[in-house]
Design a protein around this ligand. Structure first.
Ligand code: SF4
Length: 321
């Protein structure tokens, strides 16, 4: 579709790991057939429990982990087929990532000025004066002072470090930013400031965001659409109001029930039985059947297909067949 910036089709990420005292090799099925479009100018949120595959999906889009199967197209070019270093450089000019932990994502031995210069020196042929101008502009844009450029990361608070990480993600003027739990490592008092900063930057630079979070209150405030992920699959996707006003998948309902109040109505907590199954031993049939309050015999053996409720809202569950 012309309005899509990113188109992901049938993406799988699998890798082998050794587990247990005998070091037996097992395959981790982290992303299992994800198909997803991100439209230009939108904030698409991905929600789900820790371990559901959302960060692995983000890393696959950033080419930080290898995808086993499928395609990831940016402006109709499949990035999984990019082979030359030149192509990857061009890709990273357009796509950047903000990580969860600003303490580990910034090299403690480099001054902030050096940290912001580095992507420009690696990926462009700009002069020193041109680079200086860009990094000063971006550090001001995230609400910090030019004097910061001469300091080291340890001289800043967590919120300031995340602002620096955001400035670093902006220096190449990307079109698309993946923000992986960008506020979950920060004090609650700082979180709202960073969320509002991201919203402001999206408008100022006409950015498109993939926003990954387990915090549905933040997602509701920030996102245009929401994809719900469970064991490496998108089980429901829709506009933010469709997901919050009319959730369909039992897993989505359980997740939303953890939000204390939705649209002025207090939520009644739906407790899911059991733990999230391990991605090394995926359940047969519907992957949610081991925890679903509505499980039927069919769910244990057959995989449900997507059911559409509107042009923008769909979920995979036999309850709506
Ligand atoms: Fe629950 Fe069955 Fe729907 Fe899966 S397909 S979510 S197990 S009712």
């Amino acid at each position: 579709m012309a309005n899509n910036l990113i188109e992901i089709k049938n993406l799988y990420v699998e890798y082998n790991t050794k587990k247990g005292i005998f070091g037996l090799e097992q395959t981790v099925h982290a992303v299992n057939g994800v198909s997803l479009d991100v439209q230009k100018g939108e904030i698409l949120a991905i929600a789900g429990e820790s371990g559901c595959g959302k960060s692995t999906l983000a890393k696959a889009i950033m080419m930080l982990v290898k995808s086993s199967k499928g395609s990831i197209c940016l402006d109709d070019v499949d990035i999984l087929n990019l082979s030359k270093q030149y192509d990857l450089k061009e890709y990273y000019k357009k796509v950047q990532m903000i990580f969860q932990n600003p303490y580990s994502s910034l090299n403690p031995k480099m001054k902030i000025g050096e940290l912001l210069r580095e992507p420009l020196e690696i990926n462009t042929n700009l002069s020193k004066a041109e680079i200086d101008k860009i990094i000063e502009e971006k550090i001001l844009k995230v609400g910090l002072d030019k004097n910061c450029l001469d300091l080291y990361p340890h001289e800043f608070s967590g919120g300031q470090r995340q602002r620096i990480a955001i400035a670093r993600s902006l220096v190449l003027n990307p079109e698309f930013i993946i923000a992986d739990e960008p506020v979950s490592a920060l004090d609650v008092s700082i979180q709202a400031q960073i969320i509002n900063l991201l919203k402001q930057l999206k408008n100022d630079f006409n950015l498109t965001f993939l926003f990954i979070s387990h915090d549905l209150s933040v997602i509701k405030y920030l996102s245009d659409r929401i994809a719900i992920m469970y064991l490496g699959e998108i089980v429901e996707i829709g506009k933010t109001e469709e997901i919050f006003n009319n959730p369909r998948h039992p897993y989505t309902k359980a997740l939303l029930s953890a939000v204390p109040e939705i649209n002025g109505v207090k939520s009644e907590r739906i407790a899911l039985k059991g733990e999230l199954p391990s991605p090394e031993n995926l359940p047969q049939g519907c992957k949610f059947h081991t925890r679903c309050p509505y499980v039927m015999e069919q769910c244990k053996v057959e995989v449900p297909a997507d059911i559409e409720f509107s042009e923008t809202h769909k979920c995979r569950c036999f309850l709506y067949k």
